[in-house]
Design a protein around this ligand. Structure first.
Ligand code: SAH
Ligand code: SF4
Ligand code: F3S
Length: 480
């Protein structure tokens, strides 16, 4: 039997505070269920949260982990755990295929261990065709929920622990933002902070607005309270997260812009670095450029997705800027903030794209001089306007264009990064180097990765470093 709730309305909402109390009660109940199960099995229950997709998903996974830890699970990275949860992404089809592939392996493990529990959540679960496929081909999954009811995780967890049926709870949308459930952070010195959820832009290729719902900004008070709490716990770098941070505040009653929010965050003493993701070029204001220019804390890095260098394709993509607009914006940014590092996202193979369109993208890459660019092959997402366009590209041509673009991106990035030799700057140390235990790895304000000799007690601290050896996309540095 499958217990299923795919609701198309938001009638189940209560106020955030009531909801928070309710979920806290469920956490108490889950605690007892986990403890009983651990006694029965004779070992503490373990769980593994695997994340696919973007930083928004990583942050959601920290929330899931926080709740799981609170109710008594031991967190592990191994999918042999008693409970495995996949927080999925559906932005491109290869993300979906990876989930199906790995689910097959989990199913094999569950055959040997009937007590194993498996849950799926995140963006992919917001698609009805995915749910159908899982019901048919992966019926061993215990719990499925989506992006809008993630705050109900304690409640869903209780149902899962009480039940042996597949539970499916997917909502079509929500207005609720429930604050203050526990969070288990990956790093103690830096943290993502959601400032808004969803997206209203409907770029014609993109599925995010359909699976994440309409844009909702959190109140500045809630955001600043959270950052103050993080600061109190030792966080020195925050990354403000949203699909389009530049339109922050537009649906709020309070009069606030993203630039004003940044100024408020800047006032929090022990926060030393502020990053944000992602900026949409059409909404990047002069006010923001000015605030960045005058800020001692906002990092010298901007991720500004271009997608295509052809104005014709940009229009078809519904990006609402032209290549010329983008160049003018870059010029303004580089004039105001000369040490700014610019990165971007590019798509190759959008319906109707010709070799000449890709030439224009390559020209833009060279002209802007991106420090890095994520280059993606267009993936057809069912339900988006682009999926219904008649002129889908020929895969062999797309592949050739992709290779050409990637080459240009890599050459440009190499050149830009070579230009940074001998500069000095502050590195926030993130971890011990994976290859060499005598070295540590961190980032400059401009997001450049630097490795240098040092020990693990430097993690979470700022160290002045000179860049000495260019390794192409990163540097070996030395402490000064
Ligand atoms: N909100 C962010 C992007 C989120 S998705 C923004 O607009 O900047 C991250 C990136 O995935 C996008 O910038 C785009 O380059 C890529 N992407 C989104 N949909 C895609 C699709 N259908 N095929 C290929 N790449 C896609
Ligand atoms: Fe997708 Fe465009 Fe929204 Fe980014 S801005 S999430 S690319 S619809
Ligand atoms: Fe993927 Fe969802 Fe992020 S589709 S890119 S995980 S918002």
């Amino acid at each position: 039997m499958i217990m299923m709730n795919i609701s198309m309305k938001t009638t189940k909402e209560t106020t955030s505070e009531k909801e928070l109390d309710l979920q806290k009660q469920y956490m108490e109940q889950a605690k007892q269920l986990v403890s009983i199960k651990a006694q029965q099995l004779g070992h503490p229950l373990t769980c593994c949260v695997t994340t696919f997709g973007c930083q928004m998903n990583s942050r959601d996974s920290e929330k899931l982990s926080g709740i799981l830890k609170e109710v008594g699970y031991q967190l592990t990275d191994s999918e042999t755990a008693d409970f495995v949860i996949y927080n999925t992404c559906t932005v491109r089809d290869n993300a979906n295929q990876r989930v199906y592939g790995r689910l097959g392996v989990l199913g094999g493990m569950k055959k040997k261990n009937k007590e194993k529990k498996i849950a799926l959540c995140g963006c992919m679960m917001q698609e009805l065709s995915v749910i159908d496929k899982i019901k048919k081909s992966y019926s061993f999954v215990d719990l499925i929920f989506g992006t809008h009811n993630i705050y109900k995780f304690p409640e869903l967890l209780c149902h899962m622990l009480n039940d042996n049926h597949m539970i499916i709870d997917i909502w079509d949308e929500t207005k609720a933002i429930v604050e203050e459930l526990p969070v288990e952070r990956k790093y103690r010195f830096k943290s993502g902070v959601n400032i808004m959820f969803g997206c209203n832009n409907f770029c014609s290729y993109c599925i995010v607005p359909y699976v994440r719902g309409r844009e909702r900004s959190r109140s500045s008070k809630d955001i600043l309270d959270e950052i103050n709490t993080l600061a109190g716990q030792g966080v020195v770098e925050v990354m403000l997260l949203g699909q389009n941070v530049n339109s922050y505040g537009k649906n709020l009653e309070e009069k606030i812009t993203f630039a004003k929010l940044l100024q408020e965050v800047e006032k929090i003493d022990s926060i030393k670095r502020i990053r944000f993701m992602t900026s949409h070029p059409k909404d990047l204001s002069d006010e923001l450029i000015e605030v960045m220019q005058n800020s001692a804390k906002i990092c010298r890095h901007l991720h500004l997705p271009l997608q295509s260098g052809s104005s014709r394709i940009l229009q078809q993509m519904n990006r609402r800027y032209t290549a010329e607009d983008y160049l003018a914006l870059v010029k303004k940014l580089r004039n105001s903030i000369p040490d700014l590092s610019l990165t971007t996202d590019l798509i190759v193979g959008f319906p109707g794209e010709t070799k000449e369109d890709v030439d224009e993208t390559i020209r833009m890459v060279k002209e802007v001089g991106f420090e890095n660019a994520f280059t993606f092959i267009y993936s057809k997402r069912t339900g988006t306007p682009a999926a219904a366009m008649p002129n889908q590209c020929n895969p062999a041509e797309v592949s050739a264009n992709f290779d050409r673009l990637l080459k240009a991106v890599q050459e440009t990035a190499r050149e830009r990064i070579a230009g940074m030799e001998k500069i000095t700057g502050e590195v926030l140390v993130e971890e011990v180097n994976e290859q060499d235990a005598n070295m540590v790895t961190g980032r400059l304000s401009n997001n450049l990765l630097v490795h240098f000799n040092g020990s693990k007690d430097l993690i979470g601290t700022f160290v002045n470093v000179r860049l000495v050896e260019n390794k192409g996309f990163y540097y070996i540095g030395e402490m000064i």
